[in-house]
Design a protein around this ligand. Structure first.
Ligand SMILES: CC(C)(COP(=O)(O)OP(=O)(O)OC[C@H]1O[C@@H](n2cnc3c(N)ncnc32)[C@H](O)[C@@H]1O)[C@@H](O)C(=O)NCCC(=O)NCCS
Ligand SMILES: Nc1ncnc2c1ncn2[C@@H]1O[C@H](COP(=O)(O)OP(=O)(O)OP(=O)(O)O)[C@@H](O)[C@H]1O
Length: 225
């Protein structure tokens, strides 16, 4: 099995593309944003750390995190964002590695990891064989973000500034998926990248590598025991 990192800018279309991989193409997909929500549920270690770092004013009446409030703090303050990242990212990585193992046991050829900050944090980069960037024009990104999250232009731009630009991300990846047109056009672009992933023999090399490692370990046991 090999891992594919899927990234892009905020609201550039990662979830839209992941949905096509998962629902139309039956691919194994893991979404870092969903994990990021799970690991900060009340009672989880990351929740307790966020509460002591940011205070009770970032909680809703029912004790859950007020995500809008926390977002409005961290997207306007790089130091606070760094503090939140330092609490949440290790928990996301741990959960993600666990979910990858489950897909490995199910025998998938590859798993797609939807990670918004793939190139910024670099945490999962050592494990990735191919990376994909979903891109659209900056003005489309701004418009889609403002509409979806009901944000002012200033707040939307602050969120966009918290990440590498889409052009920087495109220069770092293996494949790009153009999401500047209709969702149907994007679907066609996803199909093309999917066929390239399916044609890859990387999983065979990785399996061969693991097999060789087992032989070496077995040989070493025989010599030393
Ligand atoms: C600040 C929070 C509470 C805002 O929650 P909200 O529901 O409004 O947004 P959501 O989680 O759906 O994220 C939407 C998008 O914002 C961007 N984003 C989120 N966190 C960050 C961050 N720390 N730095 C830069 N961009 C970010 C990503 O593109 C993400 O896809 C939340 O985003 C969060 O907990 N962020 C820290 C964890 C993180 O880095 N998540 C990204 C996945 S690695
Ligand atoms: N090709 C498209 N045409 C029109 N609207 C689109 C297109 N692709 C995505 N959208 C819309 O833009 C918004 C952002 O898309 P999506 O949620 O897939 O982005 P994302 O990169 O996953 O966002 P985030 O970084 O916040 O997780 C959504 O409301 C979605 O419906």
């Amino acid at each position: 099995m090999f891992l594919v990192g899927l990234t892009g800018g905020i609201a550039s279309g990662k979830s839209t593309v992941t949905k096509i991989f998962r629902e139309d193409l039956n691919c194994a997909c893991i979404d870092a944003d969903i994990i990021a929500r799970k690991v900060v549920e009340p009672g989880k270690p990351a929740y307790k750390k966020i509460r002591s770092e940011f205070g009770d004013e970032i909680l809703l009446m029912d004790g859950k995190l007020n995500r809008d409030k926390l977002g409005s703090i961290i997207f306007h303050d790089a130091e606070k964002r760094q503090k939140l990242n330092a609490i949440v990212h290790p928990a996301i990585k741990k959960q993600m590695l666990w979910e990858i193992c489950l897909y490995f046991l199910k025998g998938y050829q590859f798993v797609i990891l939807d990670i918004p900050l793939l190139f910024e944090t670099k945490q999962m980069l050592p494990y990735i064989s191919f990376s994909i960037v979903v891109f659209c024009h900056e003005d489309q990104q701004l418009q889609r973000l403002m509409e979806r999250n009901k944000l002012s232009e200033e707040d939307a731009r602050a969120r966009m500034r918290a990440q590498l630009s889409l052009s920087e991300k495109c220069s770092l990846c293996t494949y790009t998926i153009d999401n500047t047109g209709s969702k149907e056009l994007t679907r066609q672009n996803v199909l093309q990248v999917h066929s390239k992933l399916c044609a890859s023999k990387k999983h065979l090399f990785i399996r061969l590598g693991l097999l060789l490692l087992c032989f070496v370990a077995f040989g070493a046991c025989k010599v030393f025991l």
